[in-house]
Design a protein around this ligand. Sequence first.
Ligand code: PEP
Ligand code: MG
Length: 880
Amino acid sequence: MEVETKGAKVYTFGAGDAEGDRSMKALLGGKGANLAEMSSIGLPVPAGFTISTEACDYFSKHNGRWPHGLKEKIAEGVQYVENIMDTKLGDSEHPLLLSVRSGAAISMPGMMDTVLNLGLNDDTMEALARHTGNERFAYDSYRRFIDMFGDVVMGISHSKFEKAIAEIKKKKGVENDTDLDIDDLKEVVDRYKAVYRKETGHMFPDDPYEQLQFAINAVFNSWDSERAVKYRRINQITGLLGTAVNVQAMVFGNMGDDCATGVCFTRNPSTGENKLYGEFLINAQGEDVVAGIRTPKNISELQKVMPEAYDELLTHCTRLEEHYGNMQDIEFTIQKGTLYILQTRNGKRTGTAAVKIAVEMVEEGKIDNQTAVKLLVQPNHLDQLLHAQIDSDSIDEESVLGKGLPASPGAAVGHVVFSSEKAEELASDDYPVILVRIETSPEDVGGMAAAEGILTSRGGMTSHAAVVARGWGKPCVAGCGDIVINYKKKQFTNGSKTIKEGDWISIDGTLGAVIDGKHEVVKPEMDDDYYTFMNWVDEYRNMGVRANADSPEDSARAREFGAEGIGLCRTEHMFFGEKRISAIRKMIISETDEERRKALMTLLPYQKSDFRKIFKVMGGLPVTIRLLDPPLHEFLPEGTDEQKEVADNLGIDPQKFADIVRSLKEFNPMLGHRGCRLGITYPAITEMQSRAILEAAVELKQEGVAVLPEIMVPLIGTPQEFHSQKMVIDDVAKEVFEQTGDSVEYKVGTMIEIPRATLVADQIAKEAEFFSFGTNDLTQMTFGYSRDDAGKFLKIYLEEGILQHDPFQVLDTEGVGRLVELATQKGREENPDLKIGICGEHGGEPKSVAFCYKQGLNYVSCSPFRVPVARLAAAQAALE
Ligand code: PEP
Ligand code: MG
């Protein structure tokens, strides 16, 4: 018996039946799995079959060959569709026409290829004309097919076909395609075939099975196209086999004025409002809506022009939303008054919409709050929800350059660029850019990712720019018809003002406004839905979330965002400010211990008062304060003029000062005289800081304010280092408690940020009461990548796929994560009560938070703005 090769099977659907279901996304892709699901629950889905992602995987690995047996299965699939549709592929009486579409497990809008109207040739085109009684439609479909097939399958530039039709229109003296008559369209078809022949050296293939084979291969190949690879990289999509291919009977939205095609969301994807939201075009094919070529009509208009189809659509939308327990993004076509559903998927939405939809669907009894927390809001939605907006007070009417669609909320400010290449080339923290395009295409994803925001002059809310930007949470104003873009001159104008490449503009994706110049942005407000949702989040979360904060203001913000303590207070950040910096400089240039202690004593009151304020704001929640960490030269001026000025202020000889600065310079400061090495060489620093912390704590306790100080020693590599610092701290504590006649509970622990510390974590845990993983340094030292210099090569590493993620953003679970795991295990073996957290940048990154949860960490700590994100990520990890 012959063994079937993996990937040879196809999965049919149609007429209320299906071989697959929605759980099979990995194998059938999102589109295929949902087509099967919709068909089996009885929705009007045109019959078809799905070729699996395993087939694509086989194709990629076997030099473009199909798995053994796939050809026969495809023929059977076609037969299945033919039976249901009562037509036949290539038949000169009742021809079946097919659409061939890609669809991976994770949606990649517009990234891969689609071929429509497959099966047309001179014969079937005639039959189509006869059968529909619409010759014009038949010719139009045929010429679209040749164009699409030529472009997508054979790689002939679409512009070559455009040129041909433009010449015919010019000869006829007409402007629109719709002004061409049947004879003209016949000529268009002939010209298109000639273009095809010239470009490929072959006749246009008449055999529908040959067409189908080519089209399937094109979809498979599109998985590895440059733009698709880039999109997956930017969106960190990994681990997929490939794309599935959906072959489905065509239905037509362009047979006449009783036909339409559209896209709708079951709720508003921008605001979350519970109302059908979408766009449609009468007498058009699906691609016309998303391509942004014709400006579509609001879905509410459909109720007026096709009330029956509209009602039916509404019923199916409600059914789908309830069935999937999530807001749906649905594509539909109406052919001669009959409604077909072509696709459904969970709709992409803004942060505001995500939270509102989650809360309302729970209130409507459609889902429970656990599902809402687990599935309906992504951590980055919260990030987006907390996005800044442009301060409306700073905008006058004069500066508004135009209004477009509010395609993706948030404010962005940057320099104008007109191409994605320019955006990728120029964009940086110091030179933010706004990408301005007539419309975007999948080729633009690199530039869109690099830009702060996107502005297009054409296209609707479901145009490529809008969909992609919304998915990324990037501000976007789409379809701003008020401006005219001239790529050649590198400028756009609104009739009165001209904006050139490099000029500053601001865009507000919430309002759809385009504004001249650079404007201030303001932080958003959180509404009742947000608080309701976050309460549910905390119901399911069992790992703590703290914040990294160094000031009373940041601490207050951290609490507002729901932090349950401070996981890292970097004390060096408290040393800036004129008087303080001068005191620390005095300390640095001190030549004797006595001088150093004297200088430090002037710093004590500042530190103490800061700690008092922070403790007060945190009201008894744990506050982890880290002793001084950075190399001392960071506090000294670099330039000679500045050095002279500082020397004068400090009253010392400028030459001597310059010598001291020079003597402090290190070849590799990140691995130099920093962290606990400072406290060990200058114990007076540790003494002063511990005293400031403990005196502040005792004072507050006496005033009736609860305090929970945790003193953290940085950059420990050996247990002896920790021991030496703990002795100093404990001695100071004794003194302070004796002097004040009172005491407070305090903990002494350490950062784990040097690989060696992870290896000897059990020894360190004998004395340390807590660990906090400093994964910034731990990543730096594990990879051997300098935190300050890695940017130069990481970009290339990511582009070449040498690294999947920037390890300073997403915790490297395979390497750095192993060390975290090891230290956690060893530390807890020695001391089962050891409290363990993380305070590197990874503490606010969802994937890394999930990893920390798996390791059994007690808490993660991140910047105040990331706290809600970390809370949700922690709850989702617990619900996994
Ligand atoms: C770390 O290294 O992860 C850390 C939190 O400390 P810093 O970034 O201050 O070095
Ligand atoms: Mg560090």
